[in-house]
Ligand binder design. Structure first.
Ligand SMILES: Cc1ncc(COP(=O)(O)O)c(C=O)c1O
Length: 418
């Protein structure tokens, strides 16, 4: 069948023009998806939260549900000070800026959140983007252009890959978290070429952390600049919550840290912080920064308040680690396979045999009142199907025990555990 959008405007042309339907390439995926939905599975990618009661609880399908599939690591979304700051900014500055940062979209709130970031990271420069995706897209594509090299982990986030495509740099991938492979790739590059090594602190599919303390000095020996995406580590890694590079003692060697407000900060937005004086110039030449509207005043106000509170969140950090370790041990004791031998971050990936088992397990958990993320290739590495659990500092120990009971019941019902 021809899709209406693909037909020529002039019916007279129909006899001569036979163009390929642009939707055809999605056909295998659509068929696989339809097969799954026809077998009575709830669509894992169409979950609606009808009401959100707290960082850890929502109403889904009319049922009280524990949230174990958000990135609300530090539970800041319902913090009273954060909410008050957002309401106040909404009243004082209106609902949106309707403009780009470089023309008409910089309010005092944008300056204030950049100041909060500079203090949080103890760095000289901060540039706020509308999302973390745009921060990676913008910084990578602007720094590394035609003739330059971006050296990246094969399991990098889509925004990192897209930044490479947009900048048109040569992309060189190394095996996930493999220091020897990174060394080999770096040795083969022309000495005089511009090089940017891009790493992540925590890899979000498996919840494993990068050996930044080995990789960053190696990159520096080869004359590369280093960008670290700390999206999933901000707030609870390192003494000051600055991320894995801080926890491993190499933050001083990082050229650019990329982060997001959509995880531990609890709102939306992205950023780059750096000590390079020329960072400020990027504002004028970075297309994903310049050619889009800036964040609404209420969002930057909530972000600034949240970031300042995260500077003093030692207790929350400690409880989040406790939760993660407790859940990891409990799941292993029940007989589940996990992607990491120990809890390395707030993300725990439960590995399942195949798509069928993963989806059935995911649905059984939802019916018991637990929401986790189902992830599948190509989003996951090595073709694995998994249930991704992400913990929050606001989960109580009792909730973690409830979560384990639900995993046990769902695992036995679906045959995922014996
Ligand atoms: C590693 C990484 N970088 C960047 C992003 C993009 O963040 P944002 O949601 O702010 O666009 C994500 C989002 O999941 C991520 O996992």
């Amino acid at each position: 069948m021809t899709e209406p959008g693909n037909q020529p405007d002039d019916p007279g042309e129909q006899a001569t023009v036979t163009s390929r339907n642009l939707f055809d390439k999605f056909e295998p995926l659509m068929q696989e998806r339809n097969r799954l939905l026809d077998s009575g599975i709830r669509d894992p990618f169409a979950i609606v939260m009808d009401e959100v009661k707290s960082p850890t609880e929502a109403i889904i399908d009319g049922r009280n549900t524990i949230l174990l599939g958000t990135y609300n690591y530090m539970g800041m979304t319902f913090d009273p000070d954060v909410i008050a700051a957002g309401k106040d900014a909404l009243d004082r500055f209106g609902s949106g800026t309707t403009g780009s940062r470089v023309l008409n979209g910089t309010y005092c709130g944008h300056m204030e959140v950049e100041q909060a970031l500079k203090e949080f990271y103890a760095m000289d420069h901060a540039m706020v983007f509308s999302t973390g995706y745009q921060a990676n897209l913008g910084i990578i594509s602007t720094l590394a252009g035609k003739g330059d090299y971006v050296i990246l982990d094969a399991d990098s986030h889509a925004s990192i890959y897209d930044g490479c495509f947009l900048g048109n740099a040569e992309t060189v991938r190394f095996r996930h978290n493999n220091v020897e492979n990174l060394a080999k790739r770096l040795e083969r590059l022309p000495r005089e070429a511009g090089k940017l090594v891009v790493l992540e602190g925590v890899y979000s599919m498996l919840g494993d952390i990068a050996p930044l303390d080995e990789m960053i000095p190696l990159a520096k020996q080869h004359g590369a600049m280093v960008l670290v995406d700390e999206a999933h580590s901000m707030g609870f890694f390192g003494e000051n919550g600055r991320g894995v590079a801080e926890a491993q003692g190499v933050i001083d060697q990082v050229d650019f840290i990329i982060g997001t407000f959509s995880k531990s900060v609890g709102t939306v937005g992205g950023f780059c912080v750096s000590n390079h004086a020329k960072t400020e110039f990027l504002r004028l030449v970075c297309r994903p920064y310049t050619f889009t509207a800036s964040l609404p005043p209420s969002v930057v106000a909530t972000a600034a308040t949240s970031i300042r509170k995260l500077m003093h969140a030692g207790d929350k950090r400690a409880h989040l680690w406790e939760n993660s370790k407790r859940l990891h041990k409990g799941l292993r004791d029940l007989g589940f396979r996990l992607a990491t031998d120990e809890a390395e971050s707030a993300i725990l990936a439960v590995l399942l045999d195949d798509q069928e088992q993963a989806v059935r397990m995911w649905q059984a958990l939802l019916e018991h009142g637990l929401y986790v993320n189902m992830a599948r290739p190509p989003a996951t590495p090595s073709g694995v199907y998994l249930l991704r659990c992400s913990l929050c500092a606001e989960h109580s120990s009792e909730q973690v025990d409830e979560i384990l009971a639900m995993f046990e019941a769902a695992g036995r019902a679906t045959g995922a555990i014996g």
